[in-house]
Every structure is written in structure tokens, then in C-alpha cells.
Design a protein around this ligand. Structure first.
Ligand SMILES: [Zn+2]
Length: 400
């Protein structure tokens, strides 16, 4: 009798504790890890995304995509393969959703030795791992596979795997916007913790300034010289650099010029950047800098050639946007109190924002990226994958 009471107490406790737990995972965690490891084996760190692109096209076809194509942007920007774009019909008429990750990685990548270290995957320390962004690709593939084999509801999906993200978002920038119909997207290329979902990232401008003066002998005829280094220094001194306000930063990153101790330098080149979450602010700042350079050069009887290039647009997804709210809700159901936050870095989301697509930059579990210490935190990787699957399922219920 006492034994039976004890047993029923255990059963009660088991049921109660299970009830309090987060829902079971629908994705297959082991399979997602296997996919990740298979992707890591394909080198894509040297403008060579052709092989991984063809591998992904095959996987996408096997997952039942309606169309799979590789575009030809590599013919303009170099490399041996273009962006991969696949479409999947929805099970509902919900608005289409873009799912994106990039295929390229930073280097070094030769002979990657993968080490399983408890709940993390890392390398032996002599190369990067490539979790940025192969973790994102593995998540998207696992989401597609789970939807298919479990017959889960989903909206029409546009899957875009880009090339050359790490080299200034080149692949996404070269992509023809008409190929995309989605107005909402998940860029699966965020950070290591499932709590951090990015809804904002800055507008970025790059500048290059060449000050032209006149060379002369520094001792014999300094009067004849027009010192380009002095011009550059005076221009730099008239501006603020570093963090200018909570939204805005500025940096002079490169200064090159001069030939010798005794020659008045006739040429100096500066390269730098401005970033701001406020697109107007950063544009005004870049224009002010141009005016300052030209003014100072003129005062010294020289010239300034100022080149300003907007590298990418800001991501400005409203925190109350349906996709952001869906993401928060889904993560809460998974026991994660996520927050909508912002990053100073760029991603393909910045390009898609310029196409008019509202994007979230969703985490992947990849930590210490862009270093040989890069690693993938498996529990986080799984949570992010499950989160994306459930966002997609939830989005299927929206009316278009
Ligand atoms: Zn990345």
C-alpha cells in the first residue's frame, strides 16, 4: 500500500514537472548538428561559394522546393558561384516569408579540425569554424525538413543563401530585388544568445579623402610646398570622432601619405566611416566632413577629392511589427525572454531593408565569430532552430 502511494506520488510529480516544462522540440537536433558539420567541411572562405551553393541547391530540391536557382552575380563580383534562391509553396495564404543566411565565411579555413567540447563545437584553434554563418544555413535546412516531414503549416517561403556577405554584403547587394516578393524576413545571422533579436542596425557610409598639396624640399624651399599631411590633420581636428552620440559613431581608420623626412608631402589619403541609426544624421555628418576637407584644402592652396559611399541602409524594423511580436511570443513559449535590440554591425538585413523588406536578425548560437576561437553553443543553436521553426508555423496563421 505504501509502495503504491509512493509510486503514484512519483507519477504525479513526473506529470506535474513535464506539464511545467517548455514544449518538446519538433526539430531534429542531432540531424541539424550533422548538417552543420557537413557544411563546415565545404570550404567557402575564399570567394569560392560555388561548391557549397551547388550542394545547397541539391538539398533544397530534395526538400521539395518549387524552384531553385543560382543567380549569376559572381560574374560581376567574382568567385565561382552566385546566390542561391529557392521558393516553397505555402500550406496557407499567409504573406511570404524570406529566410536568409550567407554561404561565405571569413578565413582562415584550410583544413578545419572540428573539436567537440562538451556542449560546444569549436576548432583546434588554428582556423575559424564557420558557424558564422553555416549555423544559420543548418537551421534553415532543418526548419524546411521538419516542416516537410511533419506536415506542418507554413507560409510561402523564399530561401536566399547569399555569397560574399563578409566582404561588404556584396552578394545581397548584387541580387535582383525583383526576385524577392516577401515583405518580411528572418536573417539567421545574429549572435550567440537566443535572447537577442536585432531589429535595428545603422546606416553606414564609407569615405575616402585624398588631399593634394605640392612637394618641395623641406629645408631649401619649404615656402613652395603645400603640406598634405597638415591639411589632413587640420581637417581631422575639426570633426568629432568615436562615439558622437548614442546613435552615431565616426572613425578615421587609415591614413597614408608622405615619402621622406625632408620632402613636403603632396598627397595624403584617409579612409574611414560614419554610422548612425538615424539615416539623416549620418548623411549630414558625411556631408559636413566633405565640406570641412574641401575648405581646409582650399585654405592651404591644395585640393581634396572626397568620395562618400553609402555602404548599406539602416535596418529599422518597428518593435511592434507583426514579425517582431511573433518572435517574442514564440520564444516566450520556449522559455526564452527575448528582447528586441540593436547592433552596430551590418548584415544582409541591411540590404534587404533597402529592398523594402522588414527583417529580424535572428541569433544562431555562434560565439566568438571572426576568430579562431569561434564556437557553436549547441543548446543555443537548438533553441534558435526551434524558435525559427515555430515563428514560421505561427506566421502561417496570418491572413495576407
Ligand atoms: Zn555572418
Amino acid at each position: 500500500m505504501r509502495n503504491r502511494l509512493f509510486l503514484s506520488l512519483i507519477v504525479w510529480w513526473l506529470v506535474a514537472s513535464l506539464g511545467a516544462q517548455t514544449p518538446d522540440f519538433l526539430i531534429n537536433r542531432e540531424r541539424m548538428t550533422e548538417t552543420f558539420l557537413a557544411l563546415v567541411k565545404i570550404d567557402s572562405g575564399n570567394e569560392n561559394e560555388g561548391e557549397i551553393g551547388r550542394y545547397l541547391m541539391e538539398r533544397l530540391r530534395a526538400l521539395g522546393a518549387d524552384s531553385v536557382e543560382m543567380d549569376e552575380v559572381h560574374k560581376q563580383i567574382g568567385g565561382d558561384g552566385g546566390n542561391v534562391i529557392a521558393r516553397f509553396k505555402g500550406t496557407t495564404n499567409a504573406p511570404p516569408l524570406l529566410l536568409n543566411a550567407h554561404m561565405d565565411t571569413v578565413s582562415p579555413t584550410p583544413n578545419i579540425q572540428v573539436v567537440r567540447d562538451g556542449e560546444r563545437i569549436r576548432t583546434d584553434g588554428s582556423t575559424i569554424l564557420g558557424a558564422d554563418n553555416k549555423a544559420g544555413i543548418a537551421i534553415i535546412l532543418e526548419v524546411l525538413q521538419t516542416l516537410r516531414e511533419r506536415n506542418l503549416p507554413h507560409p510561402p517561403l523564399e530561401v536566399v543563401f547569399t555569397i560574399r556577405e563578409e566582404k561588404g554584403l556584396q552578394g545581397a547587394k548584387a541580387l535582383a530585388p525583383r526576385k524577392l516578393g516577401a515583405k518580411h524576413g528572418l536573417v539567421v545571422d545574429g549572435r550567440e544568445i537566443p535572447e537577442e533579436i536585432f531589429v535595428q542596425s545603422p546606416t553606414h557610409w564609407r569615405f575616402e579623402v585624398v588631399f593634394n598639396g605640392r612637394a618641395s624640399h623641406a629645408g631649401a624651399e619649404p615656402e613652395k610646398g603645400r603640406n598634405a599631411i597638415v591639411m589632413a590633420s587640420k581637417a581631422i581636428a575639426q570633426m568629432s570622432w568615436g562615439r558622437i552620440d548614442p546613435d552615431t559613431s565616426a572613425n578615421v581608420g587609415v591614413i597614408e601619405g608622405g615619402q621622406a623626412m625632408n620632402i613636403v608631402p603632396d598627397r595624403v589619403k584617409l579612409v574611414g566611416e560614419f554610422r548612425s541609426f538615424d539615416p539623416e544624421r549620418v548623411k549630414a555628418l558625411a556631408e559636413k566632413w566633405k565640406a570641412v576637407c574641401e575648405q581646409v584644402a582650399q585654405e592651404h592652396e591644395g585640393t581634396a577629392e572626397v568620395t562618400l559611399t553609402k555602404t548599406f541602409d539602416a535596418v529599422r524594423t518597428a518593435p511592434d511589427s507583426p514579425l517582431a511580436q511573433t518572435a517574442l511570443k514564440v520564444m516566450r513559449q520556449l522559455g526564452v525572454e527575448a528582447r528586441l535590440t540593436r547592433t552596430g554591425g551590418g548584415s544582409d538585413a541591411n540590404v534587404f531593408a533597402g529592398f523594402g523588406i522588414d527583417c529580424l536578425v535572428f541569433p544562431t548560437g555562434a560565439a566568438d565569430i571572426h576568430s579562431n576561437q569561434e564556437n557553436l553553443i549547441l543548446p543555443n543553436f537548438y533553441l534558435c532552430g526551434e524558435g525559427i521553426l515555430r515563428i514560421v508555423m505561427e506566421w502561417a496563421g496570418r491572413s495576407s
